[in-house]
Design a protein around this ligand. Structure first.
Ligand code: FMN
Length: 407
């Protein structure tokens, strides 16, 4: 890669340490979750110091640091969201000072992505991609948990499996690595996982779901939470009953995606159904589904009465979104949405970091992110097309640099 190229000098991008090699595959590797189109940012949404203790200091940004510009939605922030939310745990209590959660996103919410999100949202609870407890037991995927130790701010580890003992063991490892809390995945729709009884499969076996929660809660002193969906399918869905069962088993908070497993990502998230669950629970509830802007978040919270929101697809290519929503809820000025130059700089930074970390495979992962980030400016569609066909990291970086120099 060219040293001291103009975009790097102007935007102070880190130099890549990886040797760029030609990459033959034209598209990103298949994600475990087939990512639907991110809710486009703008429309509806187009889509470390203090170690992972929840007490974080803002991370200084080399690029894309939001400037506090006034935006009207900030004035709408209800006071109740400025009160920290306490989760007792069993010996290690945690406090959430930010009511917006970055959702776990397999194939997306890796450490590099989290560090970008963190720039805008120093206090927010972020999550690892979901981690397979059995794989951890066998020694795979350990880095997804161990890397937490060097990251600032609260980070939850999301685990999935259907075996209570494996989950308990994985939870212990995650706690030792510095997890802020443990979240149990009971919403993943992927057939291979659900068929075995993990992810959304647990919705069909509330007794096993309860045993899992109890086993994990007993294994760790930090809080244990669950992320789930409204049900398996429309006819059988009993979100209130299932949520109460999880609460009874020891879950200290729930995140509820307002769709059933059968719906996948189709239709609209049912915020009214989330409201019914919120009314029934005594533990905090985070509403999830179709929140892709500060305005959506405020509407969702008003409609559901939830204690906070979790955002997923809206953050893909928009790592600033969690911070924007946080500011709106806290009544602070909402940081502006980055324009072309900042987006290109972010894309270049993420590309370089991914290649430095993952080698040539990093380019495949970066293509996804560049496709999401390079949106919303003249020539973006053409640039995306060029980026998807570019076989080397150095070539992709040049394309980004050239685009940044165009008016
Ligand atoms: C690419 C992708 C990966 C996801 N990975 C996970 C995951 O690892 N764990 C999980 O609980 N949910 C996962 N989800 C679901 C999201 O966390 C979220 O519940 C869902 O997208 C609805 O929220 P949204 O409308 O804000 O996107 C994933 C979704 C997508 C699109």
């Amino acid at each position: 890669m060219e040293q001291g190229s103009p975009i790097r000098q102007r935007l102070r991008l880190p130099q890549s340490s990886a040797a760029p090699g030609a990459i033959s595959s034209p598209s990103a590797s298949p994600a475990l979750w087939a990512p639907p189109d991110p809710v486009s940012p703008g429309a509806r949404a187009p889509v470390n110091g203090a170690l992972n203790s929840g007490v974080s200091t803002p991370v200084s940004a080399s690029v894309g640091t939001p400037k506090n510009a006034p935006a009207p939605v900030g004035a709408l922030g209800p006071n109740r969201f400025q009160t920290p939310l306490g989760l007792a745990g069993r010996g290690t209590p945690r406090q959430l000072s930010c009511r917006v959660l970055q959702s776990p996103l397999a194939g997306v919410s890796d450490r590099i992505f989290r560090q970008l999100v963190r720039r805008w949202a120093p206090e927010a609870l972020l999550f690892t991609e979901m981690v397979n407890a059995t794989s951890l037991e066998l020694g795979f995927g350990l880095e997804k948990v161990e890397e937490l130790a060097s990251e600032a701010g609260p980070i939850g580890v999301q685990l999935f499996d259907y075996r209570p003992a494996a989950m308990a063991d994985a939870a212990r490892r995650a706690e030792q690595a510095g997890a802020f809390l443990i979240d149990i995945n009971m919403g993943c729709p992927v057939k291979k996982i659900a068929r075995k009884g993990g992810g959304s499969g647990l919705i069909r076996d509330p007794a096993l779901a309860q045993r899992l929660v109890a086993a994990v809660a007993e294994a760790v002193s930090i809080p244990v939470t669950v992320k789930t969906r409204l049900g398996w399918c429309g006819e059988s869905a009993d979100p209130v009953g299932f949520a109460l069962a999880l609460q009874e088993a020891g879950a200290q908070a729930l995140t509820l995606h307002g769709r059933t497993r059968q719906q996948g990502f189709r239709g609209q998230a049912d915020w009214q159904a989330i409201a019914a669950v919120k009314r029934a629970l005594t533990i905090p509830l985070f509403a999830n589904g179709d929140v892709a802007s500060p305005e959506d978040a405020l509407r969702c919270l008003a409609e559901t009465g939830a204690d906070g929101v979790m955002v997923g697809r809206g953050t893909m290519g928009a790592p600033w979104l969690v911070g924007q929503i946080d500011a709106a809820l806290a009544g602070r000025p909402v940081p502006p949405t980055p324009g072309k130059r900042e987006r290109l700089a972010l894309a270049a930074e993420q590309l370089q970091a991914l290649v430095a970390r993952r080698g040539d495979h990093g380019l495949l992962i970066a293509r996804k992110h560049m496709g999401w980030t390079c949106q919303g400016f003249p020539g973006a569609a053409q640039l995306r097309q060029q980026l998807m066909g570019e076989p080397t990291p150095a070539g992709a970086l040049k394309l980004l640099e050239r685009a940044a120099q165009e008016d």
